[in-house]
Design a protein. Sequence first.
Length: 716
Amino acid sequence: MRVIIAGGGTGGLATAVALRKAGIEPLVLEQAPAFIAIGAGLGLYANAMKALSYLGADAYWRQNVARIDVSEQRGLSDDQLITSSSLEPQAAKYGEHYYCGHRADLLTSLLQALPPECVRTGSRVVAFEETGRDVRVQLENGGEIRGDLLVGADGLRSATRTLLMGEREARFTGVVVWRGLIARDKVPQRYDGKIMSWYGPHRHVLLYPLRHDRHPDSVYSLSAFVPATEVHRESWTASGDLADLHASLADACPAMHELLALMDEALITGIYFRDPLETWGSARVVLLGDAAHPAPPSAGQGAGMALEDAVMLAACLQRAGTGNERAALAEYTVRRQARTTRMLESSRVNLRNSQTSDPVQVRARNGYVRGLRRLSPIGPPMQEWLLAHDPVAAALSSPAEFERNLVVPGNPMRRPESRRAFDLWRAALTGEHRAAGWLGERQGYAEFVRGTLHRADGSATATAVSCDGTPALQVRRPSRDSAPVVLHLHGGGYVMGSAELSAPLAGRLAEVADGWSLIPDYRLAPEHPFPAALHDVLAAYRWLARQYPRAPIIVSGECAGGGLALSLALALRDADGPGRASRMPAGIHVVSPFCDLALSAEQISPAADADPWFNRIALIQRAACYIHDTDPGQALVSPLRADLSGLPPLLIQAAEPEALFASAQRLADRARRAGVPVTFSPAADSVHSFILFDFLPETDRALAEFATFAAAVGAD
């Protein structure tokens, strides 16, 4: 079998090496007349290093590049430290260090693993024709080359993709990056062995070494990401005039200006990406690397994804055998699409967070980063997901083995209605929502609740009230001063949700309790971390207790609202001094409570990785948004870890096998041991916060259980 590869970058050369390893003949067609040291720096994390090592093409790279041991984030205007973390634990966990080098070093390392006859320079592909037996490639110089397959590894502006699918515009982020090199001996030693990030409004800067300190051409890479509107020229090309760059970073700290003074020239590049493609090829043509899934460089995985693609494509072709090329290309595409799509989302989130300009969002981002460091010291959860991947094992696994280890697990629910709820949760947020970070996810959650979860007969009628400054909604009206009132605390992982979105559920709870409901619109993280939400619900409770002294108050909450309900009761139990509430709630009702933000391994259900809404990564991200610099183990943050004695009766409802089921079960056990009357009601074969889904039979059962509970505690 002969495979023609258009493009001699990382993806193209790596594919050629991988194919030769699989016993397949490759031919790389590179349009440039020669391989020269163009481009700037790139990094290879553990996943990429595993692929490169498997190919046997890592020797030159390891001999020349710089190992990165520390990651630091600082403020661009003041150089103040946001967070710093050692990468040693990460290397120990994943089996490889993080290395940064020049693009030319990686290409040289790959070229050394290929015989010269496998690569032709000065060969620009301008057309191809597929036949039933082969693919015929036309070159700009008039030549024709025939092969069994064509791999388009020709980058963001892939000619292969255009010939295959027509012209499709890439999406511009509105950001350009200045990339320049600085001789290592000029750079202050404080930056040695580090990858540095400085964050400012609408801009950020990266600095990292590209070669080790003994290399004769050791340099640092400085990349400044700024708004495109600040670059005043007709084209973005190599430039010795850095006036625009200095103007864009005029308000930066003195340390940054010292670095900028060391740069003589820089390459200016626009940051583009493409939406995920539904298909990556045809019967004999397939795309790879940036030609298939270009993303912003903000996840540091462009080269890594191309290396993973190469290993996977070669393995699929080898496994399928001659004559089954079409099936092999289809298998390769299916195996790579989910991971590369998720990587695109991660890249866009990182770019969005690093380009934040609003002061509130800047504080939120910095606090979130510090919270992540507390909860996930080895690295952010999305980074862990990327780096823990073994591309070799994934490529060599059988179809059945690969299916069992899917990035997006299948639907494990048994009943049709629970399968429907599972799929609804999984599709609740689009890629666009996730790519916009918590602001996008907040908007997506609101659209999902309004468009999917609200009952067909419309939202409950609600009236706005102020509870000593905390806004709230009142659902139904009290028929008498002693009518039960449900203080309902909405869910959303402390980051999403609102009183308006939870009004239908609060109305149903009030209806079955023969009372009314009050829903505080507590402040959301990460803009308002702990204890803002707790202060708001305390204010609402005290207002309610003062206004309706004869009414039994039942505090209800799902997800984060369940955690807040427990924290509220603990705060009331331990309160003293004037103006404090004089009585406890009559009872507490929680559904899928998010009540342990320390997220110890034993408190996360084994099903967490398969949860369609609140998986392990989402748990860590939501908790990081809420805690910022707070110890996540303290009682009012993680009430599961508190002394629960003296709390009112508890009704705990949770789904098995949702991610939070284990913590709900432990909450019931600990509360019972503390002498608290507890009713624990698991819902088998169901989903997180199942009570939001009207069509689930367990929702009706849960409401009936709540009615019984409310009647019992209200009569006491």
